[in-house]
Design a protein around this ligand. Structure first.
Ligand code: NAD
Length: 378
């Protein structure tokens, strides 16, 4: 098969789906072609790709030859790509894209749909990119703060360590906690999945139990998470959705804990749903002036009432960073990890002769394809 690596077109997207190292590993099985300049922003030159055994060329020429096309973000159009070809990229929830691909008879393996099973862990770009995003969130947050992160004792006096909390302690939140700890902050974490407590604590951070004394609360002062706030873990380790009432109770219960944090990293998401609001105007008004919120859920609406995707919003003296491009800031390593995931996926999908095998009998392929029927090349 011929595998084509596209250059990213979206503004601020600096990653590349495949780095030269992984191409060298795949080139025994497939012919690899890379679009001119694809790795430039991530630090990989066209010559690096050639040295790894890839042919480098313009998009039109490459698409005409492609059986498999890989990209980080789905391209807006794929004119010239033949029917029966397969696109592997993010964009599984993009309906417009799905309609275009269906009309062009192109298969789409949407990476957000990867099943969360042990066998697929090495292929999981959402986890690898969330790891980078969690790290980058703390770096961006630390830069936006007017205060220092670590405790310092100097001849000019001493500085108290910053207090940080991760709301949502999944892959990104846990990495944010670890990063904040390395910078010397006093870290905290909260998640609606009960299992997250142990993971937060194992990083040396404090798990916050929101103290509810409202009508739908748990047992105040019991030190246990109020039963109305924690939710069952849904399939694949995801949190299940909360009711609107539960969300409102949670916001009030979290306000006192948030009031004395300098850095807040939010990453609460429910797959396929708008992000839950964890911080509303009342909480923002109670927060310490100068505090910074980095909202990793900005792409799905954000975890605060004021988040705007790819903007910095200032409410009073609180700043809310809604960047959806944090992994792109660390484009080299983000690309390396993405690429590793893709290579593992492609090795799973390619047969011994290097042909792509798409079968509904394979749980990973089946999930990645979503609903549309598989189309075969003419
Ligand atoms: P995610 O990005 O979907 O969500 C981030 C976090 O937000 C989750 O921990 C979720 O519980 C939390 N959250 C949702 N609503 C919330 C609310 N109202 N308040 C506070 N927190 C809320 O999740 P993720 O980081 O991708 O992963 C979640 C879990 O799945 C983790 O335990 C992770 O280890 C596991 N996981 C397993 C696999 C696998 O088995 N292959 C792969 C990836 C992740």
């Amino acid at each position: 098969a011929t595998l084509v690596v596209l250059a990213e077109r979206l503004p601020d997207e600096r990653r590349v789906a495949m780095v030269p190292r992984e191409i060298a590993r795949l080139s025994a099985k497939v012919r690899v072609m890379v679009e001119t300049g694809a790795g430039a922003e991530a630090g990989f030159s066209d010559d690096d790709y050639r040295a790894a055994g890839a042919m480098v060329g313009g998009r039109d020429q490459l698409l005409a030859a492609a059986d498999i096309v890989v990209a980080v973000r789905a391209p807006e159009q794929l004119a010239g790509l033949r029917a029966g070809a397969t696109l592997v990229s993010l964009g599984a929830h993009d309906r417009e894209l799905a309609a275009i691909l269906l009309a062009q008879e192109i298969n789409h393996l949407g990476l957000e749909r990867l099943p969360r099973i042990t066998r697929a862990q090495s292929m999981d770009v959402l986890s690898s990119q969330a790891t980078v995003a969690g790290y980058a969130a703390v770096i961006a947050g630390a830069q936006a703060l007017d205060t220092l992160m670590p405790m310092l004792t100097t001849a000019a006096g001493s500085i108290k360590p910053a207090r940080m909390i991760a709301l949502g302690a999944g892959v990104a939140g846990l990495q944010a906690i670890a990063t904040a700890r390395r910078l010397g902050a006093v870290a905290h974490g909260f998640d609606v999945r009960a299992a997250a407590r142990e993971q937060v604590e194992s990083l040396g951070a404090k798990f916050v139990f929101p103290d509810t004394s409202g009508p739908s609360s748990g047992v105040p002062g019991s030190g246990q998470p109020p039963s109305g706030l924690t939710v069952a873990e849904a399939a694949g380790g995801y949190a299940s959705d909360q009711t609107v009432d539960q969300q409102a109770v949670l916001r009030r219960a979290l306000t006192p804990a948030l009031a004395d944090m300098q850095l807040v990293v939010t990453s609460a998401q429910i797959p396929g749903r708008p992000a839950p609001i964890l911080i509303d105007d009342e909480t923002l008004a109670a927060m310490t002036p100068g505090a910074v919120i980095v909202d990793l859920a900005a792409e799905t609406g954000g975890n605060t009432t004021r988040t705007r995707a790819d903007s910095v919003v200032t409410v009073g003296r609180i700043r809310i960073l809604g960047s959806t491009h944090l992994p792109s800031l660390m484009a080299t390593d983000a690309s390396r990890l993405f690429s590793n995931n893709l290579r593992a996926l492609l090795e799973h999908l390619l047969d011994e002769d290097g042909r792509l095998r798409l079968s509904r009998d394979d749980a990973i392929t089946d999930a990645l394809l979503g609903a549309p029927p598989i189309v075969k090349a003419a």
